[in-house]
Design a binder for this molecule. Sequence first.
Ligand code: TYD
Length: 148
Amino acid sequence: MNTVLSDCRLLDLPKLSDERGSLCFFEAGRHIPFPIQRIYYLYDVPVNAVRGEHAHRALQQVIVAIQGEFRITLSDGTSELTHVLNRPDLGLYICPMIWRRIEFQASAAVCMVAASALYEEADYIRDKSEFLRMTTSSGVPIPGQAIP
Ligand code: TYD
């Protein structure tokens, strides 16, 4: 699949707030563009830890900071964009073939991920050079635009 960074987007998730607190939700097909097959979350992540550093061949995901804050840098092999996720009602949709790096600069962040498929190691691209070969037509990263 040929996807680019602009296919990824921030999603304002529905939120109901009153004096008892807030409730946030999202439904497959209505608020996010795929059926959810898996939920997982990262927590107890040490300050300055980096997660991710891979891409997925087919998996679609929505990532939410359900507590605290982290930064996600996305790259399609040509350009990159960093988002700060710090609200439980803000989701980041990530389409297939996007390299992601998640940086935890503060403690107590919880990163929840809704995914379109069950865990499958064969769907991962963990080698950055392989990712760049797959996403740049020449196979040579464009200077200044490659993933650092
Ligand atoms: P990985 O997706 O590489 O996490 P991160 O990018 O945050 O470091 O997963 C880390 C390990 O956990 C890897 O060995 C696979 C395993 N894992 C599962 O077994 N099931 C899952 O749903 C996920 C997300 C990971």
